[in-house]
Design a protein around this ligand. Structure first.
Ligand code: GRF
Length: 251
């Protein structure tokens, strides 16, 4: 039996496991936790009011509470690991508050980039994720990591790629003077923000926008677009490009 329950009988709801990599504040991790993370909660007394289980519904089993899927038939989703390269990243605090296992792999603790990425692959493999989500993870992944999870690593970027790749996308868009920027979710390949695009949404640049005001509107879109895209993955509706193409289809 795999952890993700791939061999579940038809009709049984399967579990979709997420690993999230984050280096910073983790507001997108929080959006994933709030909108998607539905751990199975075991309670001793079902007659008790258990506030933290929120919209959970009783599964009918004696001591278990399961979650109501947002879309009927959608698998239950669980963030099984939050991994960071920055020990003080607030994303780790958010994960711990939600009871999610965390790992910290600080690059300078490793002799080489290869060794660091080997440890990263092994931590991810242990967690058996169905999807790895880069939500503000500020390091390029090496080919070894990407090869370990083919078309199962996605990244969130605060611009309409291929415009404004890199770590200062919001500022770059503002300085360039574009009137429309936005948010992209894309597969991760070996380049910097170059992988096949899965989802995009435009955000208008308003007169007088500062980096801060524009970032606030971009983040609001991110907090919706990323969880929605993950839902499409969990429902099996995202299809990687065919060989020789970079066009992702979403049905
Ligand atoms: C987001 O704007 C994302 O697009 C970029 O990094 C930022 C992470 O923000 N890759 P947060 O840590 O999720 O708040």
């Amino acid at each position: 039996m795999t952890k993700s329950g791939d061999d579940a009988q038809p009709g049984q709801r399967r579990l979709f496991r997420l690993a999230v990599l984050a280096s910073g504040s983790g507001s997108n991790l929080q959006a994933i936790i709030d909108q998607l993370h539905r751990p199975e909660v075991v309670v001793r007394d079902l007659s008790e009011d258990v506030p933290e289980i929120g919209d959970a519904v009783r599964s009918g089993e004696p001591d278990r509470v399961t979650w109501q899927p947002v879309i009927p038939g959608e698998p239950r989703m669980e963030v099984v690991l939050v991994l960071s390269d920055v020990p003080e990243a607030f994303a780790l605090t958010r994960a711990r508050r939600a009871g999610i296992p965390t790992r910290v792999l600080v690059p300078r603790d490793f002799a080489s980039r290869e060794e660091h990425d080997l440890a990263l692959v092994s931590a991810l493999c242990e967690a058996e994720p169905d999807l790895v989500v880069l939500a503000g993870y500020m390091r390029l992944l090496s080919p070894a990591v990407i090869r370990a999870f083919p078309y199962r690593i996605i990244n969130l970027h605060p611009a309409l790629l291929p415009s404004f790749p890199g770590t200062s996308a919001i500022q770059d868009a503002l300085r360039y003077g574009v009137k429309i920027t936005g948010v992209t979710v894309h597969f991760v390949d070996e380049g910097m923000d170059t992988g096949p695009i899965i989802a995009q949404e435009a955000v208008r640049v308003e007169e007088g926008d500062t980096e801060e005001t524009l970032a606030t509107r971009i983040h609001a879109v991110e907090h919706r677009l990323l969880p929605d895209t993950i839902r499409l993955f969990a429902a099996g509706r995202v299809h990687p490009p065919l060989p020789g193409s970079r066009v992702v289809t979403v049905d």
